[in-house]
Design a binder for this molecule. Structure first.
Ligand code: ADP
Ligand code: MG
Length: 731
């Protein structure tokens, strides 16, 4: 019998482990090989061009056309030496992926002479024919074209696909009138806003600080499965997750996978994609197994935020591409397998000054302690005040399956800070009336920096369940989904932090003006912020039901579905925040909201279709086939006058199969009707809610339940879909 499932299994058994392409002995010898780093730039650029590039990177200075051409020439010389023939503006449209449009250096002069050329204009700005990227109606409102513009703060790099090499210029993507159409533009704006607000606050403590960089270290979780098996499942191929599939007899109960040995085939793949990543300057540091079978994680050394985001986007591309060479498929979806751990992308975030201080690292002197407390408490206040937006920043159709499911943070935004810092905040809070005059000295002499590391070790288990945890010298935003572009949540976090710090400064300055001593004024506002935001702090088990109840009592939002979570983007509060900080104007914000809702609808729509298709064309026909086998068997036995009590069990199975077939058929019909109805809704939010409530929630689980029951009853040799045990355990 022809079966993709069994062919795939046979192929795995027959094939030997794919070897990774030869990798360098030392990471340092390939690291940044394909990146136009400042060191490389120094070599290929004139003094003048180099200086111009440097001041653009460090100080955000504009590069003029002439200088642009000089830099472009240097870039071209470097790229050509490496065998590059094409260049592209590399950008991140609102689909969350990256996009490229390749142009060659090749061109013809007026007289027809062929030459290789890359001028400043081509480096600085392009008009990609990108009208099919989501724009939430923005480009229609203004001007049909969007254009990409060079972001010098992220270095150019060369990608290698097979024999082809392409010079990639990181760019932003905006409409002709300047509205952002990508994820990078608002991120850069939020980085600038935070820089300004944080530098202003730093002046209280150190006048030498002139720049604050947000830092990000992401941890990427993913599943790896055999590509042949995965492609035999239309759901995995089209949606990145399994919409059917019964849990395997051996699940993750044993938890023997966590930190266990990495299977050889996966190891070869890892070495390969890591090697490519190093060439691209992605500083990967760790790799290990995750809790679920076939689940893994990699994490780099943290970097300046904008670069870290680009590197994560690149990494996801590289992983996906390299996996194909190994006949594997990487699943970046947040919940590829029901009942098995999902994947997240923890965003470790902090802020660093140009004087070399991590603003979320506890200080060693009273003065630096106060600086730490300032930024620490402001973060808590920011997350508290804007928890709806923080929640919205991680909302997506795919992350909905993960949040609140086993081993994933709930949809309630809370912060874990550990017992020691809880005590510190309690002490600050209990100074009634903000009488810090004598007490503040003692308070600030606390050995915060010494006590925190120990404390963090004690609490590792607990803080795992928190969506937003302080981990010693940074906050770890854990609710971010594995397939997300970090720019979304990071734009929001940096914006709310900028706003909070701005207000902090206004409040402190007001007290100082009234004659209060600077340190006392700062402590008083810190105290005020602790009181105002402490309800967001939670040290207990975030996965428990008690927490849901407790959170409700505290009045913390618990929004479980994306269409409703996204309402935060439509709120007046969000409009004001983003306009005041120059991140989004109200049109851009409305467009984003619209795009996210549309994306949600599309995702659920595709899942519903795939579910219907698989049920109608694969599962039901198989069930009917088996039904016929049973009927034939029962009729045969009956004809032989065998006592009916002896084939009761076949009869019972047959009846159950009839039942499941009937429920599945009815619901597949009903879901089609529900889709038709939802498609008639013109308001995007209402339509998204219909897709969520009347399609996904109402039908998905029911159809799946009955199909998964059939999987357990039907002859294994005719079941068409690769099973969980095969996907997760065959390596
Ligand atoms: P874990 O125990 O979760 O593995 P690590 O200390 O190894 O914690 O850090 C996890 C991630 O946090 C890494 O990517 C690391 O580079 C990053 N990280 C560490 N310090 C900072 C910081 N100051 N800002 C941002 N990210 C950081
Ligand atoms: Mg982590």
């Amino acid at each position: 019998m022809n079966s993709l499932r069994f062919d795939a299994i046979k192929n795995i058994t027959n094939s030997s482990v794919a070897q990774s392409t030869k990798t360098a002995d030392k990471i340092t010898s390939v690291f940044n090989e394909n990146v136009f780093t400042l060191k490389t730039a120094r070599h290929y650029l004139s003094d003048e061009a180099y200086k111009s590039l440097l001041s653009s990177i460090k100080g955000g200075k504009k590069i003029d056309r002439t200088m642009g051409s000089n830099i472009a020439n240097g870039l071209k010389a470097w790229a050509e030496e490496k065998g590059v023939t094409h260049f592209t503006h590399w950008f991140q449209p609102l689909t969350g992926l990256s996009a490229e449009k390749h142009d060659s250096f090749f061109t013809l002069k007026g007289d027809g002479t062929p030459i290789q050329e890359f001028d400043g204009a081509a480096l600085i700005q392009q008009e990609p024919d990108a009208s099919s990227f989501p724009s939430g109606g923005l480009r229609a409102t203004f001007e049909a074209r969007g254009y990409t513009a060079w972001d010098p703060s992220s270095p150019a790099f060369i990608t290698e696909t097979g024999e082809g090499k392409t010079l990639c210029i990181p760019t932003i993507f905006v409409s002709y009138t300047g509205e952002s159409l990508d994820t990078k533009t608002p991120l850069l704006k939020a980085i600038v806003a935070l820089d300004k607000a944080a530098v202003d606050v730093c002046q209280y403590f150190d006048k030498n600080v002139s720049k604050v960089n947000a830092t990000l270290g992401w941890e990427q979780e993913y599943f790896v499965v055999d590509a042949g098996l995965a492609l035999a499942r239309p759901d995995l191929a089209l949606t990145g997750r399994t919409v059917f599939g019964h849990a395997p007899a051996k699940g993750q109960q044993l938890e023997d996978h966590y930190f266990g040995a990495i299977p050889e085939r996966v190891y070869a793949f890892m070495k390969d994609f890591e090697n490519e990543s190093y060439k691209l300057g992605i500083p990967l540091r760790t790799r290990h197994n995750e809790v679920a079978p076939a689940q893994f994680e990699c994490a780099p050394i943290f970097e300046e935020l904008n670069l870290a985001v680009d590197h994560n986007t690149l990494l996801m591309d590289v992983m996906t591409r390299v996996a194909k060479r190994h006949n594997l498929m990487v699943l970046l979806h947040e919940k590829p397998f029901a009942g098995i751990n999902g994947s997240g992308k923890h965003n470790n975030w902090s802020m660093a000054t140009d004087t070399g201080v991590n603003l979320l690292a506890p200080g060693k002197t009273p003065k630096t302690n106060l600086m730490f407390l300032t930024f620490f408490v402001n973060t808590i206040k920011a997350v508290h005040d804007y928890s709806e937006l923080i929640r919205a920043s991680i909302a997506s159709a795919s992350n909905d399956y993960r949040l609140g499911a086993n081993e994933a943070p709930p949809a309630i935004i809370s912060i874990f800070i550990g017992k020691y810092l809880t005590d510190v905040l309690n002490q600050v809070e209990s100074r009634v009336g903000g009488s810090f005059d004598e007490a503040d000295e003692a308070m600030l002499k606390l050995d915060i920096h010494k006590s925190i590391p120990e404390l963090m070790l004690d609490n590792t288990d607990r803080n795992r369940t928190s969506p937003f945890a302080f981990t010693g010298n940074k906050f770890e935003f854990r609710a971010v989904g594995s397939s997300a572009n970090c720019a979304g949540p990071m734009t929001i976090l940096n914006s709310v932090m900028a706003e909070t710090l701005k207000n902090f400064k206004i409040e402190v300055d007001a007290l100082i003006e009234k004659g209060e001593k600077k340190e006392v004024a700062i402590m008083q506002i810190i105290q005020k912020y602790i009181v105002e935001s402490k309800k967001v702090l939670f040290e207990g088990d975030g996965y428990s039901e008690e927490w849901e109840k407790e959170a409700e009592k505290r009045g913390l939002p618990n929004v479980k579905t994306t269409p409703v979570a996204l309402d935060a983007f439509a709120a007046e509060k969000a409009k004001k925040l983003f306009e005041d900080n120059h991140i989004y104007n109200h049109l851009e914000l409305e467009a984003r909201h619209e795009i996210m809702l549309e994306e949600y609808i599309k995702k659920v729509q595709i899942e519903a279709r795939v579910m219907g298709d698989i049920a109608s064309t694969m599962i039901l026909p198989t069930a009917v086939k088996y039904q016929n086998m049973l009927i034939e068997n029962i009729v045969g036995l009956k004809n032989l006058n065998i006592s009916s009590s002896l084939y009761e069990s076949q009869q019972a199975v047959l009846e159950k199969i009839c039942e499941h077939i009937s429920v599945i058929s009815k619901n597949v019909e009903a879901i089609i009707e529900a889709r038709k109805k939802a498609n008639e809704i013109s308001n995007t939010r209402d339509k998204a809610i219909a897709y969520c409530d009347d399609i996904k929630i109402k039908y998905f689980d029911t159809i799946r339940y009955h199909a998964d029951k059939l999987e357990l009853m039907i002859d294994d040799s005719i079941w068409p879909l690769p099973k969980y045990r095969e996907l997760l355990f065959i390596r």
